[in-house]
Design a protein around this ligand. Structure first.
Ligand code: NAD
Length: 470
């Protein structure tokens, strides 16, 4: 079934237009044609969604974790049953291939199954006390109403990574998807209700970040803001939500490096570099946007990489604005291949390899979020590690080497939340925590049982068994 031509919010389990009746146009990145109109939400819509979440949360939190996990499992099963439909919507609104979109639908399903299993594993702790006759239990409690604000790049996993643990933990939520992916967000919100999530537990507010975002972040009735997006937006959210002492979880950008040593298997290193740099048109927080190559193999690696980049089939970037921004940043750079718009409708940038960029340059330190990677030449591992760590970000990293010692030394010293040896810079699986250091985040980890720390607070209960002895 194609996405509806007019995309609305989901508030209290029902589709709702923006209160002011305003809409904006969403275009297909693959050819620039009109896909749909979308509710252009503002403060009144956010207030209605937050109020619905506040009303729904206590009864939802009163259900047992096992019951809440069962609902998440039903949602995951429903998504699996409709994976083709979900992927078709994502493919249309982002321009990515069906193959990629199907993989993302499956990743979202797997996240649902993982979170659902936590229903029978939501372990707390018990401990003794310095005082006799006393036992202390620590249990996880929901935070309350959660704002879930996400990026456009992998919409279904982005919703799943936040919404599944958030509602499983007994919170109610307001999901603010990217303005670039409204159709998948509506699909996801409606699917959750059809699969048994009570009305109001997950609300969806469409709209521009600058209009629908601030009232959500600043609402005194939102207890937790969980954000995935750029460092610039994250910094603003941290200031505003942190200023009113809300709990804030930020998963931000990366300028991820892949190191190729002189003992690397070059065929594999090239293949992983191409996939890491250019899959999803480079619009991955974990994209390898810096390739750090030992001097002795530099030319050979570059030639093979450039040949691979020329043959690489990538998708369009998400918007004309994004394409123009990347092209402007590339202006004046020494481009080994790519660097130009493809001659077709839509927002296509040729896979691009850049050379001779100084480490402190704008291009070296800013995340481009497109199919662009920079090649650096280094003498040895120490120089490589120093270059990799000379970045404001620290999300993922990779090294290609046959040496266990080099791999372990890199893993020890690289400033990143994820290290991969002899593979790509990639994200996470549902049971693994994911997140970065420095400006890639504020120390939280999503996915895995680590996500439970984002969506719960610990409560400590002191039990005195025999008051006469206390
Ligand atoms: P963005 O920061 O422009 O937008 C992210 C979300 O925030 C969108 O929903 C947007 O509408 C909203 N938003 C914008 N301004 C806001 C405001 N003032 N208040 C509240 N919400 C606001 O980022 P993007 O372009 O959608 O995504 C790309 C970024 O996301 C990259 O930096 C990428 O690395 C990052 N990302 C990180 C991870 C991770 O897990 N670390 C995963 C995916 C993407």
């Amino acid at each position: 079934m194609p996405a509806p031509s007019d995309i609305q919010n989901v508030v209290d389990g029902r589709a709702a237009p923006a209160a002011g009746g305003e809409r904006f146009e969403k275009r297909r990145p693959a050819d620039g044609s009109l896909l749909c109109t979308v509710a252009r939400s503002g403060a009144a819509d956010v207030a209605a969604a937050v109020a619905a979440a506040g009303r729904a949360q206590p009864a939802w939190a009163a259900r047992t974790p096992v019951e809440r996990g069962e609902v998440v499992r039903e949602i995951a099963l429903a998504l699996r049953a409709r994976r083709e439909e979900a992927a078709a919507i994502v493919s249309e609104e982002t321009g990515k291939s069906m193959e990629l979109a199907l993989g993302e639908a499956d990743a979202a399903v797997e996240m649902g199954f993982f979170v659902a299993g936590e229903g029978r594993r939501l372990y707390g702790r018990t401990t003794t006390s310095a005082m006799p006759n006393r036992t202390v239990t620590a249990t996880r409690r929901p935070v309350g109403v959660a704002a879930l604000i996400v990026s456009f790049n992998t919409p279904l996993p982005n919703y799943a990574w936040k919404a599944f643990p958030a509602v499983f933990c007994g919170n109610a939520a307001v999901l603010k998807p990217s303005e670039h992916t409204p159709a998948s967000a509506l699909f996801f919100g409606e699917l959750c209700h059809e699969a048994g999530l009570p009305a109001g537990v997950l609300n969806v507010v469409q709209g521009f970040g600058s209009e629908a975002g601030p009232p959500l972040v600043e609402s005194p009735d939102v207890d937790l803001v969980s954000f995935t997006g750029s460092a610039a937006t994250g910094r603003w959210i941290n200031e505003r939500a942190g200023g009113r002492l809300a709990k804030v979880c930020l998963e931000l950008g990366g300028k991820n490096a892949l190191v190729v040593c002189d003992d690397a298997d070059l065929d594999r290193a090239v293949d992983w570099s191409l996939a890491s740099a250019f899959s999803n048109a480079g619009q991955r927080c974990a994209a390898a946007s810096r390739l750090v190559v030992f001097d002795t193999v530099y030319e050979e690696f570059r030639d093979r990489l450039v040949a691979g980049a020329r043959a690489y089939e990538t998708g369009p970037v998400i918007s004309e604005r994004s394409l123009d921004r990347i092209l402007a940043l590339l202006d004046g750079a020494r481009v080994a291949t790519g660097g130009e718009r493809l001659d077709r409708a839509g927002w296509w940038l040729a896979p691009t390899v850049v050379e001779d960029v100084p480490a402190g340059d704008n291009l070296s330190s800013n995340e481009l979020f497109g199919p662009v990677t920079i090649l650096y030449r280094v003498r040895d591992l120490e120089e490589a590690i120093a270059l990799v760590n000379d970045s404001p970000y620290g999300l993922t990293s990779a090294i290609h080497t046959a040496s266990l010692h080099r791999a372990m030394h890199f893993a020890e010293t690289v400033q990143a939340g994820v290290v991969v040896v002899n593979g790509g810079t990639h994200g996470s699986e549902p049971h693994m925590g994911f997140g970065g250091v420095k400006q890639s985040g504020t120390g939280w980890r999503e996915a895995g049982v680590e996500a439970l720390d984002v969506y719960t607070d610990w409560k400590y209960v002191n039990l005195i068994a025999d008051p006469a002895k206390a």
